[in-house]
Structures are given as C-alpha cells and as structure tokens.
Design a protein around this ligand. Structure first.
Ligand code: HEC
Length: 237
C-alpha cells in the first residue's frame, strides 16, 4: 500500500495543530488585550511611551542592546530576578502592550532593564537630571561610572567639539583618561538623548491583578488590596 498521502496528511495535521496552538491561540487570548486602569492613579497601564522614548526604542534596537540585556522579570521559583531587585513583581503580557517589536532579549550579559527607570530613581523629578547625566556618561564609556564594566562603549552617540563660548550645559562631566583634551567638550547627539529617554521609560512596576506587587511585611495595618480593573475600549496594541 502506498502510504505517502497518509504520511503527508499526518505531517500537515501536525503542523496545523502546532500553528494553531502556538500562534493562533495565544494571539486570540492576549493579542488584543486592553490596557487596564489603575485604581490608585486612574491612569491607563501601560502608559504610552513619550515620542522621544519611542525613538529611543529604535536606537536601542538598532544598536542591539537586547543582545546583552533582557526586559523580563521571572517569577519567584524561576530564578532570582526579584531578589536581585530587577523589579517588584514578575513581568506579564500586559507590560508589553505598547511595545512593537517587544525586545525581551534572552541573554543576560548585563542586568535586566525591565525596570531600569524605577531602579535608578526616575520617579523623583529632582533626580531626573542626575539620572540622565549618569546614563549618558555610562553610554559614552561604561567604565566612567562602573569600574571594570564589560559593556561596550558607544562614543559615536556623542560629539567631541571645540568649546567656543564657554562649556555647554549638557557637556559630559568626564574625568581622567576619559576627559577630552583642553578646549574640547563631549556633548550627546540626538540618538543618545532619545536612548536615555527610552531607558527612563522602562518601568513595569504597577500592581496588576495577575501580578500584584506585594509590599514587604510590616506591622502597619493592612490596606485594601491594590487591584486594577479592565478598561473598556482602551487602546490595544
Ligand atoms: C556586550 C554586552 C552588552 C551590550 C551590547 C550592552 N550592554 Fe549594557 N551592560 C552590560 C553589562 C555587562 C552591564 C553591567 C556593568 C555596567 O553597569 O556597566 C551593563 C549595564 C547596563 C546598564 C546599567 C544597568 C544597571 O542595573 O546598573 C544600562 C542602563 C545598560 N547597560 C544599557 C545598555 C544599552 C542602552 C545598550 C545598547 C546601546 C547596552 N546596554 C548594550 C552589557 C552590555
């Protein structure tokens, strides 16, 4: 008996079933998930990234930052991400609704960046300029702020130029071997600025129904559960 058609049909059915299970079913389940409205602030989550941060995402992508940095906090029991302080909770599908493409990353030569904005204090507007300066210096040459760092330097995101009428306010404060020669200064190009705006928009720390933020135990009286409700008709991407 010639069993070729049967074999062909079997393979086709196998492929169709896996396509359905791994592509179509997840798409139906979470592909058009709506944003949620957070109870405590009344704002949609995840928020839209500011335009500059969206441009920064493209720079992040073009430089391949995600080859060394993930943006995913694993749940307890699947690694020590929470203990390392990479986020107050695991990340869930909801966190990535606004991202296109989603740059999860799978290799962690450097720390996870899913919450780099909260980790480095961007919530406090007074701390913002200091954080921007820190990230710019780090990108210019990681060893200016982190001794022995193996992260590559990105000096091409900056411009070295002659100081004409006094130093620019946004010139990097570089010391020692990293400082430019006298009479010159290093200023960030647009790519560096938008990239830092993107880094400071990376924040997956809102308390969600599927991933609540559990505050560390205290003796204070228990507050009402911190939950979010599904918004109707919110943007869904
Ligand atoms: C070859 C791997 C590699 C690449 C590529 C890389 N990084 Fe890193 N990154 C690291 C390592 C290792 C560290 C930890 C040491 C340090 O802070 O410099 C780090 C640290 C960082 C930190 C500080 C994180 C923290 O928790 O202190 C930020 C922010 C960062 N990288 C952003 C970027 C951005 C943006 C890019 C792309 C322009 C990038 N990295 C590309 C390896 C890499």
């Amino acid at each position: 008996m010639n069993s070729t058609p049967l074999l062909f049909l079997g393979i086709l059915a196998g492929l169709a079933a896996s396509w359905w299970g791994m592509v179509v079913a997840p798409k139906l389940q979470i592909g058009s998930a709506p944003t949620v409205v957070l109870k405590e602030t009344g704002q949609h989550y995840p928020p839209t990234r500011p335009g500059v941060a969206q441009q920064g995402a493209e720079v992040y992508r073009s430089l391949g930052c995600n080859t060394c940095h993930s943006q995913i906090v694993r749940p307890e029991g699947y690694g020590h991400d929470l203990l390392r302080g990479w986020g107050p909770r695991r990340t869930v599908a909801q966190d990535y609704l606004r991202d296109q493409p989603i740059m999860l990353g799978s290799v962690r030569v450097g720390p996870d960046l899913a919450n780099i904005a909260t980790r480095m204090g961007s919530g406090d507007s007074n701390a913002q300029p200091a954080m921007v300066a820190y990230h710019l210096k780090h990108l210019y040459h990681p060893r200016t702020v982190m001794e022995g760092s193996v992260m590559p330097a990105y000096p091409f995101l900056f411009e070295k130029r002659r100081i004409v009428e006094g130093p620019s306010p946004d010139a990097l404060k570089l010391e020692g071997a990293y400082a430019p020669e006298a009479g010159y200064e290093v200023v960030p190009k647009e790519e560096a600025r938008v990239l830092v705006a993107y880094l400071l928009s990376l924040k997956s720390s809102a308390s969600l129904v599927e991933a609540p933020v559990i505050p560390p135990p205290t003796n204070a009286p228990v507050k009402a559960a911190n939950t979010a409700s599904i918004a109707t008709g919110g943007p869904s991407r």
